[in-house]
Design a protein around this ligand. Structure first.
Ligand code: ADP
Ligand code: MG
Length: 303
């Protein structure tokens, strides 16, 4: 179940929300879709799902052209839109039955509703009106409606936004489990979420894709200007002395006896720092090299 977008441009009046975007998502990939607010994430997701047409360009889902086969494509896609629009007056089961009707699940309906309620952890709340549910449970209902027809592709637009930290982890786990057998495109502002569940990361900025790579390789998009080591010594140290360690070009005092030491990226300064400690009769209580973070990559590419 692949998704192929070719040269997608979307204009809202004079505004270009997407500018010649191309991407290919292979079957089974779980892709994190990052970008600042207004970058064009939701617009691209709506185009992939066939809810709005592009101004130009072509989208195919599993070799089906989305504009030519809108119904066929919708059967293969589960979509959780941004802000999860739900009918608050409907009961959970009633709503899922309504959605099952749209997908014409017929005599499978009851069994699928039971399965999906179990899968999304909705049992305790299944008798309630959607409007009476907490935001976390509403997101579960949103996921349930996206999954009820067992689609091969999941498009999830900021599914954890506005949830508390516990709810975020619960919904993230559900997405992780559901995504094991599906192709997933997930937009989020939570970098840990991407680190935790995605294989690949796409970053969009001002309607253009600025990075698209495997999770482990995305860090190469930003240049390493220096290396930073966090170190804790057993006793007090003179800052001047630290600054004179070979390869070190900047030293920042942190809490008691803890320092950030920056050096050139070519050579690992940790051994020099360790030797310095030995010569000065100090013990190194901890020493860690700080890795580049996804946050840094995001910030540099979307400045
Ligand atoms: P994101 O989901 O990354 O925050 P969107 O795709 O929602 O970004 O929006 C991209 C740009 O298109 C924004 O500048 C937004 O204001 C604009 N936009 C989105 N939807 C519409 C619309 N229906 N009419 C006019 N402009 C829109
Ligand atoms: Mg959006």
């Amino acid at each position: 179940m692949s998704i192929i977008a070719e040269n997608i441009t979307k204009l809202y009046g004079a505004q270009k929300a997407l500018d010649n975007v191309s991407l290919e998502i292979k079957s089974g990939e779980v892709v994190g879709f990052l970008g600042p607010n207004g970058a064009g994430k939701s617009t691209l997701m709506k185009i992939i799902t066939g809810y709005i047409p592009p101004t130009s360009g072509k989208i195919t889902v599993n070799n089906l052209d989305v504009m030519e086969h809108p119904l066929e494509v919708k059967k293969q896609i589960g979509y959780l839109p941004e802000n999860n629009p739900l009918y608050y007056e409907m009961y959970v089961r009633e709503y899922l039955k309504f959605v099952a009707g749209i997908y014409k699940l017929g005599n499978q309906t009851k069994q699928r509703i039971d399965e999906i309620i179990q899968q999304t952890g909705l049992e305790p709340e299944q008798k309630k009106k959607i409007g009476a549910l907490s935001k976390g449970y509403r997101q579960r209902v949103g996921l349930a409606q996206a999954l009820i027809h067992d689609p091969q592709v999941l498009i999830l637009d900021e599914p954890t936004s506005g949830l508390d930290p516990n709810q975020i982890v619960e919904i993230r786990n559900l997405i992780y489990e559901a995504g094991k057998e599906k192709t997933v495109l997930l937009s989020t502002h939570i970098m840990q979420e991407v680190e935790a569940i995605c294989d690949r990361i796409i970053i969009i900025h001002n309607g253009k894709i600025v990075a698209d790579d495997a999770k482990g390789d995305i860090y190469d998009y930003v240049e390493e200007k220096y290396q930073t080591v966090h170190v804790e010594f057993s006793g007090a140290v003179d800052q001047k002395k630290l600054e004179h360690i070979e390869g070190v070009n900047r030293v920042v005092p942190l809490k008691k006896n803890q320092w950030l030491i920056q050096g050139n990226p070519e050579k690992d300064i940790r051994s020099e720092v360790f030797n310095f400690a030995v010569k000065n009769n100090l013990t190194v209580l901890s020493m860690q090299k700080q890795e580049k973070s996804l946050e840094q990559v995001f910030q540099q590419l979307t400045k």
